[in-house]
Design a protein around this ligand. Structure first.
Ligand code: NAG
Length: 324
């Protein structure tokens, strides 16, 4: 069904372009249509290639054990100021399409141990070869223990919120519903969106969050508990001299201290990046697209048919004109 939809769309566009090339009319609306179609087809592609085994690897220097929505965007900003190249859901996972390897790891998590080890190896290698030297956010926090073994010199930063309830509220306003939206049509038509949705959803159960069996939205009560349990788990696993538990309100001080950055080189003002509003807007857009895509697609098809008619009409009148 989706590939057929794309074919029909392409056919309609082809008809329009042929007609357009034969006339002197402005092409702008057609060019826009074509752009939309290209985007749509692009999302179905899978650009992820193999990792070049010759490229140098960057050792991880900071391991972020904090869950998403614990001030990780601010932490990314802070680490950049300190000269690091931090990994985040937005940086690496999405922009470099690493989510394909992460989806493989999440699939393998409770399955075959050999496949899980291979998938783990693949994501760690991917981050190292791209030059990331600090992790933050979901999904990288899932593997903080493996990273600790691999990089014994690296420090662990556990970003937290002031309480489990605060975190629960923040998750429910933002990332908690993202995968459910992407699982809807038309987004679910494209393989990349399905794969990304799998990662966005999969991180929750692996960090103790229960999802509603039908809506797949996190259960509010389980969220607060998951935040607090995760802190307890990380504290138990990481030796205290290697660990910093950090809230954004703590600022640069403790971060510089554990990273052995002298106070004179430590910036004063900690960045405060709050992407709640941006995420809400993005989710609203996804929601609206999921409501209107059918009428929009039908209008585009209708336009294609009109173009075809106009084209036929014109060539008929040309033939007629020559005949006179
Ligand atoms: C982020 O912004 C939202 C409103 O967009 C607000 O409700 C929330 O308290 C802010 N969070 C922080 C940690 O400042």
């Amino acid at each position: 069904m989706p590939t057929m939809g794309i074919r029909i769309l392409k056919l309609a566009l082809l008809a329009c372009r042929t007609c357009d090339a034969a006339s002197d009319e402005s092409r702008t609306p057609l060019m826009m249509l074509e752009m939309v179609a290209r985007e749509f087809v692009f999302f179905g592609a899978s650009p992820q290639g193999a990792v070049d085994s010759e490229r140098p690897r960057m050792p991880m220097r900071i391991i972020g054990a904090g869950l998403g929505r614990t001030g990780t965007s601010s932490l990314v900003g802070a680490l950049k100021q300190l000269g690091y190249t931090p990994y985040h859901m937005k940086e690496g996972v999405v922009d470099k399409t690493h989510y394909q390897q992460w989806a493989r790891l999440i699939d393998a998590w409770v399955g075959d141990a050999k496949e899980k080890a291979a998938a783990m190896e693949a994501v760690i290698d991917l981050m190292a070869v791209e030059g990331f030297d600090a992790t933050t956010d979901y999904p990288a926090c899932l593997i903080f223990e493996e990273l600790m073994v691999r990089y014994p010199e690296a420090k662990v930063v556990l970003s937290v919120r002031s309480s489990g309830e605060t975190w629960a509220k923040s998750v429910l306003q933002t990332i908690g519903g993202f995968h459910a939206l992407l699982g809807q049509r038309p987004f679910s038509f494209t393989a990349n969106m399905r794969t990304f949705a799998k990662v966005a959803e999969g991180v929750f159960p692996l960090t103790g969050v229960e999802l509603h069996p039908v809506t797949r939205i996190p259960e509010a009560a389980s969220l607060a508990k998951a935040h607090d349990d995760w802190i307890e788990h990380v504290r138990k696993v990481v030796p205290p001299e290697r660990l910093l538990v950090h809230q954004f309100s703590d600022g640069f001080g403790p971060l510089c201290e554990i990273l052995k950055i002298p106070a004179s080189a430590c910036p004063a003002e900690y960045p405060r990046l709050n992407d709640t509003a941006v995420m809400k807007a993005a989710m609203m857009t996804l929601q609206i697209v999921s409501w209107i895509w059918v009428p929009v697609l039908l209008s585009i098809l209708g336009l294609g048919v009109q173009c075809l008619r106009c084209c036929l009409c014109r060539s008929a009148s040309k033939v007629h004109g020559k005949g006179q």
